[in-house]
Design a protein around this ligand. Structure first.
Ligand code: FMN
Length: 224
């Protein structure tokens, strides 16, 4: 899959098909995750793969109003121990730890699409509750930060189009708040290659939706 197509085709999915994800696929995705850049090349992020119904339900209870999460085939808890980073870099080590995890999460979400999967980056949960759920012994995760839960699976929904936010809205030129030049330099409307890639990415997710509708045999309201 084209890299830009995967980037533009990524969407947060909160309704999944029941199908399980083979470990071969999961571990390809983990490898893609951990090949993200990391500060000082120091590992600080560890992940816990959760697929049992019992633990998924407990994680759901630790989330704020997100019952859908327990129906994801897998949940990946992205956790960090910033000890070595803070030894090396002081207070910035804490920031690097968050950045390291974020880079891994984004790689996971992008790579998952190679296997027809999508995921959602979940940040709204009680960290202490998640620690309790994932610790075999009380206190085992006391020094560990839980950065995110990533729910992953085969999509069973076609999410609504989001209000467009374009790079020209978010890129300043040479000084904070100076956007005049960037809006002339990088307008999406005059970049046919990028527009084409975005169109292909959207087309691909539509095809998946149409295949599903065909399989089920009728148009279901929420696919429209
Ligand atoms: C740090 C972070 C925390 C998020 N937390 C949640 C969450 O708790 N629940 C959820 O459903 N989506 C969560 N999201 C996903 C965003 O809602 C989603 O990315 C955004 O609405 C844009 O939609 P898209 O991912 O389909 O482009 C989170 C995303 C990020 C980056």
């Amino acid at each position: 899959m084209d890299i830009l197509e995967a980037i533009f085709g990524r969407r947060s999915i909160r309704k999944f098909k029941k199908s399980t994800i083979p470990y071969r696929v999961l571990f390809d995705i983990f490898e893609a995750g951990v090949s993200a850049p990391r500060a000082g090349n120091v590992p600080s992020t560890w992940m816990v793969l959760v697929e049992s119904d019992k633990l998924k339900t407990k994680l759901k209870d630790a989330c704020v109003d997100q019952d859908w999460i327990e129906n994801a085939p897998v949940i990946i808890a992205v956790c960090s121990n910033p000890k070595r980073l803070t030894q090396l870099y002081g207070a910035r080590g804490e920031i690097y730890a968050i950045q390291n995890s974020s880079a891994i999460i984004q790689n996971i979400l992008i790579a998952a699409q190679e296997y027809g999967l999508q995921g959602t980056w979940v940040g709204a949960f009680s960290e202490s509750e998640v620690r309790k759920v994932l610790s075999k012994k009380p206190g085992k995760m006391d020094k560990v930060n839980v950065h995110a839960l990533v729910a992953l699976g085969k999509p069973d929904e076609h999410p609504k189009k989001l209000p467009e936010i374009q790079a020209t809205d978010l890129v300043y030129y040479e000084a904070w708040g100076e956007s005049n030049k960037s809006s002339k330099m990088i307008p999406l409307a005059s970049n046919p290659k990028l527009q084409n890639t975005i169109r292909r990415a959207k087309q691909r997710s539509k095809k998946t939706r149409h295949k599903l509708i065909k399989k089920i045999g009728k148009t279901i309201k929420h696919f429209k």
